[in-house]
Design a protein around this ligand. Structure first.
Ligand SMILES: NC(=O)c1ccc[n+]([C@@H]2O[C@H](COP(=O)([O-])OP(=O)(O)OC[C@H]3O[C@@H](n4cnc5c(N)ncnc54)[C@H](OP(=O)(O)O)[C@@H]3O)[C@@H](O)[C@H]2O)c1
Length: 258
């Protein structure tokens, strides 16, 4: 069962979709009825965690749910200002068995949020300077999340999910260029230049602020740490950026000339 604000447009016959809006508390009570285990996240931009994800967890607990897998963020163990920390604390005090997945930077950010710059400008336009990240493919995260929902390793666990090595966006641009077989540049824009380009786009202000904070932290080059958890949980190496670009090559096709 998949919960979405747009269940009518869910096109995968492998699972049914139900309506859920985390800003709509009556809908949460309805959506959580009969759910025994749930994968839960906080969509950045949806509003404060205390009014969205935590009420959803309360609804799940009240509905008799026994287990939650929560998608947290790499660094939540030390960066206590991160909103996800409040959920981790709530879970620790709750009756729910749970697995917390502290995930590194998603490779899929490059095929969603930042894809437009690759396709229209042949560049990665991210204000992360030379900072390194242990990028992770969300397909690997999904595999761990499924295992933890269906056959959990422990009643309560926290794992850090990263790729097998760290990479900065200069190196990422080289990987893109090699796999796509045309040059993709990384110009390391300033935070100001990034904000200026993004303000011309239809983007939620909270998401823009979140990206600016995230990339300002990456510029400090303290996020590039690798965790062994993903490899241990999956019994294989995590996917690499080159695998991700190859598998999504069609999405990165250059825009046709105007
Ligand atoms: N992006 C990263 O690199 C990264 C890395 C580590 C951790 N994280 C964390 O992972 C979480 C998800 O990140 P993301 O970038 O995937 O977020 P996202 O794209 O903004 O949101 C994920 C999903 O949340 C659903 N959603 C949005 N508003 C909703 C609402 N009001 N009610 C119910 N569902 C709603 C949307 O599905 P529908 O449209 O179908 O409703 C959307 O597809 C965040 O907490 C983020 O901090 C992200």
């Amino acid at each position: 069962m998949v919960a979405s604000r747009h269940p009518e447009s869910w096109g995968n016959s492998a699972a049914d979709a139900i309506y859920l809006d985390m800003q709509d508390q009556p809908a949460m009570a309805e959506a959580t009825r009969g759910i025994g285990a749930a994968f839960v996240l906080w969509p950045a931009g949806v509003g404060p965690i205390a009014k969205t994800t935590i009420p959803l967890l309360q609804a799940l607990e009240a509905a008799g749910c026994r287990r939650v897998v929560f998608l947290s963020v790499f660094g939540a163990g030390t960066l206590k200002f991160l909103p996800h920390v409040a959920v981790e604390r709530w879970l620790a005090d709750s009756s729910l068995d749970h697995t917390i997945l502290r995930a590194g930077y998603f490779m899929q950010n490059l095929s969603t949020t930042h894809r437009v710059d690759v396709c229209e400008h042949n560049e990665i336009f991210i204000p992360a300077g030379g900072g390194h990240l242990a990028m992770v493919d969300t397909r690997d995260i999904a595999e761990v999340a499924c295992h933890e929902l269906l056959t959990p390793t422990k009643p309560r666990a926290t794992y850090e999910l990263t790729g097998a090595d760290t990479i900065n966006f200069h190196e990422a641009a080289e990987v893109f260029s090699q796999v796509l077989d045309h040059p993709i540049a990384y110009r390391a824009p300033s935070l100001w230049a990034f904000a200026r380009r993004w303000r011309t786009r239809d983007v939620d202000r909270t998401l823009l602020a979140f990206m600016l904070v995230e990339y300002a932290v990456t510029r400090l080059d303290r996020s590039g740490r690798v965790s062994p958890d993903l490899e241990q949980l999956l019994g294989r190496k995590p996917r690499k950026l080159a695998d991700f670009v190859r598998d999504h090559r069609d999405l990165f096709a250059a825009a046709p000339p105007a």
